[in-house]
Write a protein that binds this ligand. Structure first.
Ligand SMILES: C[S@@+](CC[C@H](N)C(=O)[O-])C[C@H]1O[C@@H](n2cnc3c(N)ncnc32)[C@H](O)[C@@H]1O
Ligand code: SF4
Ligand code: SF4
Length: 332
């Protein structure tokens, strides 16, 4: 698989902390406070530099800050990490996906100086944004985005489209133009129907039209998930690995290295019931040393060969990774 010298792109989760509780995000359970097994932490600048040395950074083409469990803006050294990347690579493409809610104006002004493209999560207008971006304030995100743009920063308005905000797409796009956003991006990966609960698990509202009946509360839904095993796919597919194709790796906020964010779900700890295919990945990762802070990047990527070997298996039952089949399997 990929050797360290061939890596051209990074996918980074520099923090697993976040002020928000978007219902379809795995850092909570449909809005209810629930940690299904991830460590809440931020990677330090010191460890970041230790893993990705100056020479390594100088050879990179693209870095994307995104992640599974948290937000870029909650890492206390977020700006310094971006500055380190820019200092060592003038041509690097840097994309940052963030809820845009936290931090003061100095943070956003300073960030603009390193010339990243910041994708601000704005899922509608003031009257709809909060239905998905729970815990963030639309006006605060707008203010932070404007501060960033006025300081010379390149910004994208990123809108996830739902039933409740689809009528606002053109208004949002117009406002984005007025505010000098460089781009307007629509996102939808199919996570658009859900019963939403408050932090204690009581039903608060519903997004879209979930295909199952409304549970009494989030605890009932959680119990149901725990009792129903994931479906094993049997269809044979050809794996076209996106990570290999893009020469990309993923690092979590703990410094663990994975080929991609899909496999980067704290597999040793995250709930099997809530993350399909986790149990199988845990077995595949038995005795793997993938922490780059402890073992260095070279050692931390060496287990990827096991992932590749799994693709030779015909079925999931025989050991083909469910996640790889799901995300990168092409019908024969
Ligand atoms: C866990 S977030 C981490 C980055 C950052 N906190 C954010 O929200 O942009 C990872 C990605 O999931 C996306 N996401 C969250 N909820 C989603 C949903 N219901 N449908 C599609 N994408 C979603 C976010 O837009 C983001 O790109
Ligand atoms: S802002 Fe991002 S990390 Fe935070 S809850 Fe929403 S999707 Fe998850
Ligand atoms: S899911 Fe598997 S095949 Fe797809 S990018 Fe990740 S490692 Fe590669």
């Amino acid at each position: 698989m990929l050797s360290v010298d061939n890596i051209k792109r990074l996918d980074l989760e520099i923090s697993s902390n976040c002020v928000a509780s978007c219902p379809m995000c795995p850092r909570n359970f449909y809005g209810m406070k629930h940690n299904a097994g991830y460590t809440v932490t931020s990677i330090s600048l010191e460890n970041f530099k230790k893993i990705f040395n100056e020479q390594f950074v100088s050879r990179l083409e693209h870095v994307r800050f995104n992640g599974n469990f948290g937000d870029f803006n909650t890492n206390p050294e977020a700006v310094e990490i971006v500055e380190y990347l820019r200092h060592n690579n003038r041509h690097l493409d840097i994309d940052i996906h963030t809820n845009g809610h936290s931090r003061d104006s100095n943070f956003w002004k300073k960030l603009a100086k390193s010339d990243p493209m910041v994708h601000f999560a704005l899922d509608g207008l003031q009257d709809t944004h909060h239905l998905h971006r729970i815990g963030t304030s639309w006006s605060r995100v707008i203010k932070n985005a404007q501060t960033f743009i006025d300081a010379g920063g390149r910004a994208t308005w990123k809108m996830i489209v739902f039933e409740h905000n689809k009528h606002q797409v053109s208004q949002c796009s117009e406002l984005a133009k007025d505010m000098n956003f460089r781009a307007f991006e629509l996102a939808n990966d199919g996570r658009d129907n859900a019963f939403v609960f408050d932090e204690n698990g009581n039903h608060s509202h519903t997004i879209g039209s979930p295909p199952h009946r409304k549970p009494v509360d989030a605890h009932e839904l959680l119990q149901w998930k725990a009792e129903h095993d994931w479906q094993v796919e049997t269809e044979e597919k050809k794996i076209v690995c996106q990570a290999l194709k893009e020469k990309r790796i993923f690092m979590s906020s703990t410094g663990d290295i994975f080929p991609c964010c899909w496999l980067g779900f704290s597999p040793t700890k995250y709930s099997d019931a809530l993350y399909h295919g986790n149990r199988q990945q845990k077995e595949l990762m038995n005795n793997v040393e993938n922490n780059a802070i402890t073992h260095g990047l070279e050692k931390a990527v060496s287990w990827f060969s096991r992932v590749q070997e799994s693709w030779r298996k015909k079925t999931i039952k025989e050991g083909r990774l469910h996640r790889c089949n799901l995300h990168c399997g092409k019908r024969l």
